[in-house]
Write a protein that binds this ligand. Structure first.
Ligand code: RB5
Length: 144
C-alpha cells in the first residue's frame, strides 16, 4: 500500500514519528510530500497536495498532520473523492474505516501524543470498511 504523508510545521515532528512506524511495516511504501522542517508554512498547501495524491491514485491512502489536525483535514476534504477523518482515539480510527471508509487520516501533532498517534495509525491501516448501508452513505459523500 502506498501511503502519502504530509504536514505543516505544527505536525512535522509527529509526521516524522509516524514515518518511523510506517518504515517498520513491510506492507507500506511512504511518499512524503513535506513539509521538511518546523519553519512556518501554510497547512492548506499540504492538505491539498496529499488529498490530490490520493484522489489521483498516486497513493492508496494519505495521512496528514497539523497542530490540531483540524485545518489540514478541512483542506484534504475539499479535494473530490477524499474522505479524511480526524482521529483522536483508537475507537475513532476503527470507526472512520468501518463506517466512513476514510481514505485519509488526520492527526494533531500538538494535541495527540506520539504513542497514541501510532496506535491510531495502526488501527486505521488495519481496519476494513464494512460496506453495506455505509457504502450508500459514502457514495452520497462522494457525489456531493
Ligand atoms: C499552525 O500554527 C496551526 O494553526 C496549524 O498547525 C493547525 O493547528 C491548524 O488547524
Amino acid at each position: 500500500m502506498i501511503i502519502a504523508i504530509a504536514s505543516d510545521h505544527g505536525g512535522y515532528a509527529l509526521k516524522e514519528k509516524i514515518k518511523e512506524y510506517l518504515r517498520e511495516r513491510e506492507d507500506v511504501k511512504i511518499v512524503d510530500l513535506g513539509t521538511n522542517s518546523e519553519e512556518s508554512v501554510d497547512y492548506p498547501v499540504y492538505g491539498k497536495a496529499c488529498g490530490e495524491a490520493v484522489a489521483s491514485g498516486k497513493a492508496d491512502r494519505g495521512i496528514v498532520v497539523c497542530g490540531t489536525g483540524i485545518g489540514i483535514s478541512i483542506a484534504a476534504n475539499k479535494v473530490k473523492g477524499i474522505r479524511c477523518g480526524l482521529c483522536t482515539s483508537v475507537e475513532m480510527a476503527r470507526l472512520t474505516r468501518q463506517h466512513n471508509n476514510a481514505n485519509m487520516l488526520a492527526l494533531g501533532g500538538r494535541t495527540t501524543d506520539e504513542e497514541l498517534a501510532i496506535r491510531i495509525t495502526e488501527t486505521w491501516l488495519d481496519t476494513e470498511f464494512e460496506g453495506g448501508r455505509h457504502k450508500r452513505r459514502t457514495d452520497m459523500l462522494d457525489n456531493m
